[in-house]
Design a protein around this ligand. Structure first.
Ligand code: A2P
Length: 270
């Protein structure tokens, strides 16, 4: 079962995908096949995950055309136009297939080059080499600069978000500008699964803590990429369309906000 969200470029993005960060190369192909067989229609990868050729091996074993394939520009060495184009080509050739969604992985604001990187992504899209372009780990001021200086609004911003870090302000900015929020570490790297409030809701509804949190993301209107290397948990995380959280559940989960991050702050990666 899967549902799509409509993007500002007119295409559809599966609301639930599966993430491949920190998935070891030796199991990546299997995880891609297991994810596809579980019913996922979006694979979230990146150059930085160092497993793109193994993702490609997995993609050759499934009906690739049913999947949305994401990659991201890392840009640690250089962020020049040539570096972006080279990285895009390298990811495509590692994957052995076209990229559907290409993102700037981090704004790297101290380098102050992300607007130019964005122009190169716009060029790739305008040439028809990629369907959708987006960003990741962008804070509101970074998004405002892209929009002001290029007039092209990213279709997606993939950011850390989970009940400790719901990102309400950023989500409101996204909603006002027709940007889809796609959450990474949506389960707080799994740490939120032991939360007693989540546990109580899960027990009452008769679902798992992971399913409660995933449903919370979907009811906020966002997309997400929970990570699991286990076929059973991959299936469990997709089986979230047969129940609904009440307003009281949503409010109880909103009460868990602490601002705690499990990953890096957007301003802190140079
Ligand atoms: P595993 O890969 O063994 O399933 P996040 O997506 O927030 O980064 O969280 C990923 C972590 O949560 C991983 O450690 C993953 O472990 C675990 N996880 C993912 N889905 C579930 C689930 N349904 N039940 C329990 N743990 C899960």
């Amino acid at each position: 079962m899967h549902k799509d969200l409509r993007l500002n470029d007119g295409s559809d993005l599966p609301a639930l995908g599966f993430g491949l960060y920190k998935v070891a190369p030796e199991v990546t192909g299997e995880v891609v096949v297991a994810g596809f067989e579980a019913g996922y229609r979006l694979v979230d990868g990146a150059e930085f995950y160092h497993n793109e050729s193994e993702v490609g091996e997995g993609l050759r074993r499934v009906d690739r055309d049913l999947l949305t394939v994401t990659s991201k520009f890392w840009g640690e060495e250089s962020q020049d136009r040539d570096a972006v184009l080279r990285a895009f080509d390298a990811s495509e050739s590692a994957l052995g297939t076209s990229i559907d969604v290409y993102m700037i992985h981090w704004p790297r604001p101290k380098r102050n080059q992300y607007v130019d990187v964005w122009r190169t992504l716009v060029e790739l899209r305008d040439q028809g080499r990629v369907r959708t372009i987006g960003v990741s780990n962008f804070a509101q001021p970074h998004l405002e600069r892209l929009i002001d200086e290029t007039g092209v609004v990213p279709a997606v911003n993939q950011v850390e978000s989970h009940p400790w870090l719901p990102q309400h302000d950023l989500r409101a900015f996204h909603d006002a500008n027709d940007i889809i929020t796609q959450a990474w570490s949506p389960l707080g790297r799994g740490r939120l699964l032991a939360d007693p409030t989540i546990g109580q809701i899960a027990d009452r509804v008769g679902v798992s803590p992971a399913q409660v949190i995933i449903r919370w993301h979907l009811q906020l209107g966002g997309a997400l990429i929970p990570k699991s290397t286990n076929p059973e948990r991959l299936r469990e995380n997709l089986d979230v369309y047969g129940f609904e959280l009440t307003d009281a559940d949503m409010a109880a989960i909103a009460g868990l906000e602490t601002g705690e991050r499990t990953g890096t702050h957007p301003d802190d990666r140079n």
